[in-house]
Ligand binder design. Sequence first.
Ligand SMILES: Nc1ncnc2c1ncn2[C@@H]1O[C@H](COP(=O)(O)OP(=O)(O)O)[C@@H](O)[C@H]1O
Ligand SMILES: [Mg+2]
Length: 352
Amino acid sequence: MRVLSVSSLKGGVGKTTVALGLASAAFHQGLRTLVVDLDPQCDATTGLGAVGEFEYTVASVLKNPKHNVVSKSIVASAWGKAGTGLVDILLGSPRSIHHDTPHPTVRQTWKLEEALHHVEKDYDLVIIDTPPSINALTRTAWVASDRVLVVTEPGIFSVVAADRAMRAIDEIRQAITKRVRPLGILVNRYRPASKEQEFRVNELREMFGETILDGYLEEKAYLQQSQGAARPIHTWPGDGAALIADFFTDLLVTAQNSFEESNEELQVEEPKVKRKFLRRHKRGKEKPQVLDLDTALEMLGEEIEPEVPVTEEWTTPAWQDNETAAEQQPDLSTNTGNWTFKLEIEEDKKEN
Ligand SMILES: Nc1ncnc2c1ncn2[C@@H]1O[C@H](COP(=O)(O)OP(=O)(O)O)[C@@H](O)[C@H]1O
Ligand SMILES: [Mg+2]
C-alpha cells in the first residue's frame, strides 16, 4: 500500500479535483484505492457520491484509530460499476476541524498512520485530500504519506503558498519522518494564452526547478461537470475529457515511479525504527511483530523482567496510553522554524 497526500496551503487551487482525478486513474487501472477526506469541507466525500449523515467518519478515526472504528468509517464510493477498480472513502466530516489544532503533539500526528496500518492489506493506493493549512490535519496526512503532491495555480499568492508547503514538508521530514517526500508541484488551471500565467510559471520554475512537474493541468469545464455528477473523469464522454483523463493517468504513473525509488535515508534510519514499533502500530509492521514483546526485547538485547505486567502493557495499543501523563512531561522544542513540535517523550524508565 502506498500513500499520497494532495496538498496546498491555499484553498480553491484544485486539491480535491486532483485527488479525484488521480482516484479516477487508479480506478481505471484496476487498483484498490482508498480516498481519505481530511478536509472538514468534505468535498472529496461529496465528489465520490457519499452524501448523508454518517456516525463514523475520519473525525472518529482521529479520536480512536482502532480497527473497528476505521472499518466503520469507510464506505464504498458511488463510482461502483463504472470501472474495474475499487474506490472507497474514509468519510470526511466537518467535525474533523476539532482535530486541526495549530500545535499538535507528535503522537497526534501519527494517528492516521496508525489507522491506515489496519487496512494495509485492503488497498493498493491511499490518496489523502488535505485542508488548505499547515495545522494538525495536514501534518497528520503527511506523516502517514510516502509522497506529497503540492498543487498550485500560476498566480502570485499560490506561488508563495507552494514555497511554504515545500518548506513545511521538509520540516516534517527533519522532525518526524524521513519517509515522506514531495512528489512535486503541479500547476493547475493553466491557460496557455495568458502572459501573466507564463510569467508565474517561469517564476515557479526558477524557484523550484525540477520539482515543478512537467505537465500542467488546464482549466476545463468537464472537470467540474464530472465532479458535480459524482463520476470519474475517465468515464466522462468526449475527446476533451479523455485528454484530461490521460493527464491523470500519466500523473499516477509519475507517482508510482516515485514510490519505487529507494529512500536511502530510511535505510540509514533502520535501528531507530526497530525501537518505535514497540510503541505504535505502523504500516509495514505485522501485528504479531508489534505484540510479541519477547522477540522484540530480544532484538533490542534487553532483559525481560518477570515482574513487568507484560500482557496489560503491550497488548494495549500505544495510542491508548495515558495522554494526560504524556502531556505533563516537559515539552522539548525541535526548533524547526515556523512552529514548535512537542517531542514525544519515550518513557524508557517505565519500560525497564
Ligand atoms: N483545471 C480545472 N478546470 C476547471 N475547473 C477546475 C479546475 N481545477 C479546479 N477546478 C474547480 O475549481 C473549484 C475549486 O477546486 P477544488 O479542487 O475544490 O480546490 P481545493 O480542493 O484546493 O479547494 C472546484 O469547483 C473545481 O471543480
Ligand atoms: Mg478541496
